[in-house]
Design a protein around this ligand. Structure first.
Ligand code: NAP
Ligand code: HSE
Length: 416
């Protein structure tokens, strides 16, 4: 008999419960044993009185931890008390499957070591990119492969918001509420729209691709709640799509990266990732470009990752953390930026930036001549989300083949 415990019963773990109970005979046939959900810990029992099997629910940690479990699925979120609970369970050799990316990004190193020391495991497939099986692909199918660069859309809520804004909605708050109602957003959606959630996921991917757990200070992070229809229009003039991109690479000394709104070549697979879907690009020296896309958030896709993660961990031998070959990035590609600023700032902006601008490719005035969008190449690689100049917004332009491509912006618009 395999006894399961659930920490939390929100979007993710209610999906895990339904996934297990709806397919029980099949899952039992895969595992070759009977399965039972023993206990579910939540914060406030009253909220779960209407649930089937309400006797399984407890809001007492002492009661929950008085049971014996063969595996515990954690989807409460946040650092504490999740960290204490998981530490306690791993010390008792109980395997853990978690969706909690904040916990893994901040404490993954200790938790992996604790699991290894106690000959058990902590699976965290569901922490990155919802239903896309990227973590275990890296752990099992890409063990020998060096990764030079990671880039991707790693947050479903913000990609959902961007898709709706791109389609014409200009009310950020309304679309954010939709994403919350659909179960995509974090308990505090600041984590989504300010890029913390994507940062945690990027840190976890870096651990697997570059072999060490990077600190948040190694990344630049810009939020996306300021985006309005004018930003999407600016991209359209240059055949570019605005996306919220996380990227990281190893520069020979350190892991570096950023989370920021970027303009993506319309031909890039990332440009066509819509709604809550995510896309992960891995650039490898032997592999070339590997791209995986799929649902990045939501109950069923994330529950799929949790259940598959459990099966994967059970079936693989040993739990030694992946030790990748470290590969310095061969070249840093992004030298092209789209600058967006108000028309009345144009002389000042141009004056302050002329030192770093190598060439101005195209300039358009738009939004009733209130705004300027300027496609430029720069002399040196400045930080991707450089916002040092308050009068101008910088957006990196990501091209499919890395080369700057001249586009024909609308010639009828007045050039600078
Ligand atoms: P959620 O819907 O807010 O559910 C959280 C659950 O955890 C609730 O049942 C809550 O109980 C319980 N809980 C919270 N704090 C607790 C505590 N101190 N003690 C006991 N129970 C507690 O959250 P979610 O969307 O399922 O997300 C959970 C985790 O999965 C987060 O780390 C999130 O980042 C991650 N994740 C989410 C998604 C997604 O699409 N939603 C996808 C991938 C990963 P009460 O109702 O009693 O407060
Ligand atoms: N809030 C997260 C997102 C959930 O929107 O991507 C999935 O990790």
């Amino acid at each position: 008999m395999l006894k399961i415990g659930l920490l939390g019963f929100g979007t993710v773990n209610s999906g895990v419960y339904e996934g297990i109970t709806d397919t029980l005979p099949y899952l039992e046939s895969i595992l070759g044993t009977r399965i039972t959900v023993e206990k579910i810990l939540i914060r406030d029992k009253k909220r779960y009185l209407g649930e089937k099997n309400s006797e399984l629910f407890t809001d007492s940690p002492d009661d929950f931890f008085s049971y014996e479990f063969d595996v515990v699925f954690e989807a409460m979120g946040g650092e504490q008390p999740a960290l204490d609970y998981i530490t306690f369970l791993l010390s008792k050799k109980v395997p853990i499957v978690t969706a909690n990316k904040e916990l893994v990004a901040k404490h993954g190193s200790n938790l992996e070591n604790l699991a290894y020391k106690n000959e058990t495991f902590i699976g965290y497939e569901a922490t990155v990119a919802g239903g896309i099986p990227i973590i275990n692909t890296l752990k099992s199918q890409l063990q020998w492969t060096s990764v030079e660069k990671i880039s991707g859309i790693l947050n479903g809520t913000t990609n959902y918001i961007i898709t709706r804004l791109q389609a014409g909605s200009d009310d950020f708050e309304t679309v954010l509420k939709e994403a919350q109602q659909l179960g995509f957003a974090e308990a505090d959606p600041t984590s989504d729209i300010e890029g913390f959630d994507a940062l945690y996921k990027l840190q976890i991917l870096c651990r697997l691709c570059f072999g060490s757990w990077p600190k948040p200070e190694q990344f630049q992070r810009s939020g996306m709640s300021h985006l309005k229809s004018c930003h999407f229009k600016a991209g359209e003039y240059f055949n570019l799509k605005l996306k919220y991109i996380a990227e990281a690479y190893y520069d020979g000394t350190d892991i570096k990266g950023s989370i920021s709104p970027c303009f993506v070549d319309a031909k890039s697979p990332l440009a066509s990732i819509e709604n809550e879907n995510n896309g992960v690009y891995l650039q490898g020296d032997w592999l070339g470009n590997f791209f995986a896309s799929g649902p990045g958030a939501g109950k069923r896709p994330t529950a799929t990752s949790m259940i598959e993660d459990f099966l994967h961990q059970l079936q693989k031998s040993g739990n030694q953390p992946r030790v990748p070959k470290l590969k310095k990035i061969s070249k840093l590609e992004c030298k092209e930026f789209l600058l967006v600023f108000d028309t009345n700032n144009e002389t000042e902006v141009y004056h302050t930036l002329k030192e770093i601008i190598h060439s101005v490719e195209e300039v358009v005035q738009f939004d009733n001549n209130q705004k300027v969008a300027m496609l430029v190449t720069i002399n040196e690689l400045i930080p991707l989300n450089n916002t040092a100049n308050e009068k101008v917004e910088f957006y990196p332009v990501l091209r499919v083949n890395g080369k700057v491509q001249k586009t024909k912006a609308n010639k009828q618009l007045k050039a600078l």
